[in-house]
Design a protein around this ligand. Structure first.
Ligand code: UDP
Length: 400
């Protein structure tokens, strides 16, 4: 029986990247065919890393690599500590007591015992599974891939994590300024999106309408949308304030869609604080249905990503791919995704956000022009094949 299930292949990207690029990537893949690679992170659901790994590992498999994805397990107190580390990497002070270090290290040790990481390459994502390197027998290169905005990290956290990081053979960060003054080789890979995933694939207008109606989204006024994990770094309260100011000039509906990643214990409190806002024309909805996220990003007049820190905003690239203009926080990786005034706007305050919102909502031509430029930016720079190729080059560069 023929299966109707299929995974995307590099060849599927041909309409977007051209035949030459497809052949170049296939040739690089042939060279590494059969090599084993494990990606290790801390959640199978919620957040950009899980989203990337679900596509990247399949694309690697389609290319003939023996690619695996493992998520480490841990109790809530472990994830509470690792979230504090994440916040410290983004600049917040941290008090790392001995007991916190002990829990962090113990859980990593248990995961190293529970799993065998005997792959030709191991890629460890973010701080949660970082100490695995100390407790595993390395068979090939280990790479630490940090997705966090590390433009202004707290020094205390570096001093502690450096002991682990220095055991890696390479480190990947998402922007030039996240490089650290260590001797291990560091590469800059910006993340990318999968145009065939449920979040990004084409949706007929009728389906978009159905999804939005199903969740009770009113369609009488233009939609302003932010899709984000419930996380204070995404500044959802700032989004509501900007919306309130903009609405006085140009009426619209705000839809804040969010979810909680299993490795982020701060999410529920942020969600509850939003429910207390009770603002007219503001909807706060769950974004666990990714075709709903897709529909919203397509139908929105404007997408916001008003982050205060952002390693790289997948949601920014997702909306841009759908030709929707994005107003993004002028921070971290977003500054490399949006060229201010060309394919979107970069903002540094609530007032600026409100001002750009009014400009976009009042000018359909501008929305269309920015949306087209945004689509082209993603086509050229932020599709998964580019990211895949960077990994292939990195793997090939190691002598194994
Ligand atoms: N996302 C989702 N539903 C939500 C919130 C987010 O499906 O309610 C998806 C979003 O579309 C994107 C990813 O989760 O694919 C978030 O990645 P991003 O890089 O924007 O932020 P992170 O959560 O990694 O900080």
């Amino acid at each position: 029986m023929q299966s109707r299930h299929a995974i995307s292949t590099v060849e599927d990207y041909e309409p977007f990247i051209g035949q030459q690029a497809v052949e170049r990537i296939l040739a690089k893949g042939r060279k590494l065919s059969g090599r084993s690679i494990a990606h290790v992170n801390s959640t199978y659901f919620g957040g950009g890393v899980a989203e990337i790994l679900s596509s990247l590992t399949l694309l690697m498999r389609a290319l003939g690599l023996d690619a695996e994805w493992r998520a480490i397990q841990g109790p809530p107190d472990f994830f509470s500590i690792t979230k504090k580390m994440h916040n410290a990497l983004q600049g917040e002070p941290i008090r790392l007591t001995d007991i916190k270090k002990e829990i962090y290290e113990d859980i990593a040790f248990q995961n190293a015992i529970r799993n065998r990481f005997d792959h030709d390459y191991v890629v460890v994502h973010d701080p949660q599974p970082l100490p695995l390197v100390e407790f595993s027998r390395k068979r090939g290169p280990w790479i630490w891939r940090c997705h966090v905005d590390m433009a202004h990290p707290s020094r205390d956290i570096w001093e502690y994590l450096a002991g682990y990081i220095e055991q890696y053979d390479a480190m990947i960060v998402s922007a030039e300024e996240y490089r650290q003054p260590w001797r291990l080789p560091q590469r800059v890979f910006q993340p990318a999106i999968d145009p065939f995933s449920i979040i990004n694939r084409e949706l007929p207008e009728g389906e978009v309408d159905r999804r939005l109606r199903h969740y009770g989204v009113p369609l009488d006024l233009p939609l302003v949308v932010q899709v984000s994990r419930f996380d204070r770094w995404k500044d959802p309260h700032g989004v509501i304030r900007a919306f309130q100011i903009a609405r006085r000039v140009k009426d619209c509906t705000l839809v804040l869609v969010g979810n909680v990643a299993t490795d982020d214990p701060e999410g529920p409190a942020v969600y509850e604080s939003l429910l207390r806002e009770k603002e007219e024309r503001v909807l706060i909805l769950s974004g666990e249905d990714t075709s709903f996220v897709n529909a919203l990003q397509r139908r929105a007049a404007v997408v916001l990503q008003k982050s205060l820190r952002e390693g790289f905003g997948l949601t920014v690239a997702e909306a841009m791919w759908k030709r929707t203009p994005v107003i993004g926080g002028n921070v971290g990786g977003i500054r490399y995704q949006i060229e201010d005034g060309v394919n979107g706007f970069l903002v540094s305050s609530v007032e600026e956000t409100a001002d750009r919102l009014v400009r976009l909502l009042s000018d359909e031509q501008l929305r269309r022009r920015m949306g087209e430029a945004a689509r082209e930016t993603v086509r050229q720079r932020f599709l998964m094949t580019r990211y895949l190729e960077q990994y292939l080059d990195l793997m090939d560069g190691f002598e194994t």
